[in-house]
Design a protein around this ligand. Structure first.
Ligand code: AMP
Ligand code: MN
Ligand code: MN
Ligand code: MN
Length: 274
C-alpha cells in the first residue's frame, strides 16, 4: 500500500493545482491520497473530473490552532466536505486568517516594513492569506534573501509574524472534524520541537478532546524520531497516520508519496476505515 495522507495544492500554499497533484499521485502509484490544504477544502471544488487512476482520494483538511501557546496543526481525514461543521469551521478560520494578516502587517510596519498588507493581498490573489505570502513579499522587496530567512527573522516562532491568538481553540477544531464524520489527526508532532513530557501532555489533551490519530511519519525523518513516535502512538492508544506534507516539487524532505512504511504494531487510520 502506498499511502500519502498529507499534501498541499495551490488552493493553499502548495505549487501544484489539485488536478496536477492527483495526476502525479496516480503516476506514482499512490493507492490512498488526501489533499489537506491549510484551513480550506477548496481543492476539492477545483478538481475537474473524477480521476481515472486507481488512486483513492480521502477528503481532508489541515486546521491551524494552538495549544499552550504553541502553534499546532490538526489534520481532519475522511471528512464530509459539504457538512455544516466543515463549512462553518472553514469560514471561521478564514476570518481568523484575515485578522491575523492585518496584525502581522501592523507589526511589520512597526519594524519599518511598510505596505505589506496591500502587497500580500495582491500576491494571495483572492486565496486566503498565509505566512508564505508575507515571505514572498519580504523576498520581493529585498528585505530577506529567501523563505528560510523570512521565517527566521520575521515570521517563525517568536517573531512578528507568529500570531496565534485568533485561531479557533484546539478542542473546537477536533469537534468540527468529528461532527463532519472524520478522524482528527495530530499533524507532524516532531515539528513542534517539544520535550517528550510536553508532547505526551499534548497527546493526552488531544485524545481527551476526541482526537483519534497522530502522524507517525511526516516526510523524511530519522529512525530515532520514528521510534519515539511509534512508542508514543502505542502508549496513547492512537491510530497511526502518515504523509509527506508535500508542498512543491524539488523539496527532498517532503516528496509526494515518499513516505516510509509504518512499522508493524501501529494500527493505521486506513485499517480503521476498512
Ligand atoms: P500559515 O499557514 O500562514 O501559518 O503558514 C505556515 C506555512 O508556512 C507552513 O505550512 C509551511 O508551508 C510554511 N513554512 C513554515 N515554516 C517555514 C520555513 N521555515 N520556511 C519555509 N516555509 C515555512
Ligand atoms: Mn504549508
Ligand atoms: Mn502543518
Ligand atoms: Mn501541511
Amino acid at each position: 500500500m502506498k499511502v500519502d495522507l498529507h499534501t498541499h495544492t495551490s488552493a493553499s500554499d502548495g505549487a501544484l493545482s489539485p488536478q496536477q497533484l492527483v495526476q502525479q499521485a496516480g503516476a506514482l502509484g499512490i493507492d490512498l491520497l488526501s489533499i489537506t490544504d491549510h484551513d480550506t477544502t477548496e481543492a476539492y471544488n477545483r478538481l475537474e473530473t473524477a480521476n481515472s487512476s486507481s488512486t483513492i482520494l480521502i477528503p481532508g483538511i489541515e486546521f491551524s490552532t494552538e495549544w499552550k501557546k504553541v502553534g499546532i496543526h490538526i489534520v481532519g481525514l475522511k471528512i464530509q466536505l459539504g457538512s455544516d461543521a466543515i463549512r462553518s469551521g472553514v469560514s471561521r478560520q478564514h476570518q481568523a486568517r484575515q485578522t491575523r494578516a492585518r496584525l502581522i502587517a501592523e507589526k511589520l510596519a512597526k519594524l519599518g516594513i511598510e505596505n505589506s498588507w496591500d502587497a500580500v493581498n495582491i500576491i494571495a490573489a483572492g486565496s486566503v492569506i498565509g505566512r508564505p505570502h508575507f515571505a514572498q513579499f519580504l523576498i520581493e522587496s529585498g528585505v530577506v534573501r529567501d523563505m528560510n530567512q523570512a521565517f527566521d527573522k520575521y515570521l517563525g516562532a517568536g517573531k512578528a509574524g507568529d500570531v496565534k491568538q485568533f485561531w479557533t481553540p484546539f478542542a473546537q477544531i477536533i469537534q468540527w472534524i468529528r461532527d463532519a464524520g472524520g478522524i482528527a489527526v495530530l499533524a507532524h508532532p516532531h515539528k513542534y520541537k517539544m520535550t517528550r513530557t510536553k508532547l505526551s501532555a499534548l497527546l493526552d489533551d488531544f485524545s481527551g478532546a476526541g482526537g483519534e490519530a497522530m502522524e507517525v511519519i511526516s516526510g523524511q525523518q530519522t529512525m530515532d524520531v520514528t521510534r519515539n513516535l511509534v512508542t508514543l502512538c502505542q502508549h496513547k492508544k492512537l491510530l497511526a497516520s502518515c504523509g509527506s506534507d508535500f508542498h512543491r516539487p524539488g523539496q527532498p524532505w517532503s516528496q509526494l508519496g515518499k513516505v516510509a512504511s509504518l512499522p508493524p504494531g501501529c494500527k493505521t487510520v486506513w485499517e480503521s476505515w476498512a
